[in-house]
Design a protein around this ligand. Structure first.
Ligand SMILES: NC(=O)c1ccc[n+]([C@@H]2O[C@H](COP(=O)([O-])OP(=O)(O)OC[C@H]3O[C@@H](n4cnc5c(N)ncnc54)[C@H](O)[C@@H]3O)[C@@H](O)[C@H]2O)c1
Ligand SMILES: [Zn+2]
Length: 348
């Protein structure tokens, strides 16, 4: 697989570095650029991109629907058609300017159009900067079930420009912060609970390098990469459950709560120090109210997890921590242990 070059701000902004890279990538301007984006990003980020990356001045734009709606086959079909109509060929380059949804959908378009063309990710949300825009997983949804169709294809460049976060809504920033805390726990960053999460000069490269190092070892998710699912096993079920109830719970919040359950299970199954669980619980409860789920609701979560690929019979495979920085993948947890984790951690 192509190796991704990651551009982070150093002496100059990463957008300036991108402009330089494009000058060498496409010196005679024979390659055509197609920028995929959504309405919010078109308004808030596209002018900054074009101003700082004049090499993209003559690019075509394709506007996708906002959020998960763009990860739909009907939209991908439309984009393939527009590319064909605009004369996109095998040398064309797609530039995904947006959050994780645009990066996932645009990556899938690039991976499939004419059997695969080059693409560049320019993430604009925190989640996309530290996660979705790195690692080559492209995806669309199938009949409302997330990320069922996709393939691995690395962007040739991922350009991370924190200035884009200035217009990202507060709830989206918070959502990305849970994924940052996931990284801090997986890597055993000392004193993480006192870390100022808005110190992105420090944390962005830290999280980006971590993700990059994990996917380099296990690009196609057969082993080590599974650790990135920490907090996501019950987290995904919670997210799906709340969507079904038409209640609000962001992916980040669901993962934040999923991490709490995973830490509780880690104390029971792998001897994780209880202080780590308590510290996390007190950090989390300052940010959100923990859900008090009824037994019936927990059964519904278990049912949702039954549809998840990580589950066999009455056992579910979890990523747990032996200690901060020491994740263990594929730990088998039974339904009773899950019930206990959800009920107990709501209260203490
Ligand atoms: N491929 C992967 O490895 C991977 C990893 C994590 C998440 N994902 C996927 O990413 C998606 C979630 O990504 P997300 O959280 O970025 O959601 P998103 O792409 O829906 O973006 C969140 C919202 O913020 C807006 N937005 C983005 N950047 C903005 C900016 N700078 N200013 C103003 N508004 C802005 C978007 O228009 C959208 O409304 C999910 O579909 C998830 O499955 C993929
Ligand atoms: Zn996540």
């Amino acid at each position: 697989m192509t190796k991704t070059q990651i551009l982070l701000p150093r002496r100059q902004s990463s957008l300036k570095s991108l402009d330089k890279k494009l000058k060498t990538l496409n010196p005679d301007h024979r390659r055509k650029y197609f920028i995929l984006t959504d309405a919010n990003i078109l308004e808030h980020c596209l002018p900054t991109l074009i101003y700082n990356v004049p090499e993209l001045e003559s690019a075509d734009f394709l506007e996708l629907p906002v959020g998960e709606a763009c990860k739909d086959l009907s939209i991908i079909h439309e984009v393939w058609g527009s590319l064909l109509e605009s004369g996109a060929d095998r040398s064309s380059v797609i530039v995904n300017l947006g959050g994780g949804c645009v990066c996932d959908a645009g990556g899938f378009v690039a991976a499939t159009y004419k059997r695969g063309i080059d693409f560049i990710n320019v993430p604009t949300s925190l989640t996309a900067m530290i996660d979705a825009a790195i690692g080559g997983k492209t995806a669309i949804n199938l009949d409302g079930v997330k990320n069922q169709i996709g393939c691995f294809r690395n962007p040739i460049i991922t350009c991370i420009e924190p200035a884009f976060l200035e217009t990202l809504p507060e709830n989206e920033i918070r959502s990305g912060e849970y994924e940052m805390v996931k990284t801090l726990l997986l890597t055993g960053r000392e004193n993480w609970q006192n870390q100022n999460l808005s110190d992105l000069e420090d944390l962005l490269p830290y999280c980006v390098n971590f993700k990059q190092s994990v996917v380099k070892e296990d690009p196609e998710d057969h082993g080590l990469r599974k650790m990135l699912n920490f907090g996501h096993t019950i987290g995904h079920a919670l997210e799906a459950y709340y969507i079904g109830q038409q209640k609000e719970m962001s992916h980040g919040e669901a993962v934040g709560i999923g991490i709490l359950y995973a830490l509780y299970l880690s104390t029971k199954k792998l001897g994780l120090d209880h202080a780590c669980y308590s510290q996390y619980r007190s950090w989390l409860t300052k940010r959100i109210a923990l859900p008090h789920l009824t037994l019936k609701e927990i059964e519904q979560l278990l049912e949702l997890m039954r549809n998840d690929k990580k589950r066999a019979d009455n056992e579910t495979l979890f990523v747990l921590l032996q200690a901060p920085g020491v994740p263990v993948i594929d730990v088998s947890v039974n339904d009773n242990e899950i019930r206990d984790a959800i009920l107990t951690s709501a209260n203490k």
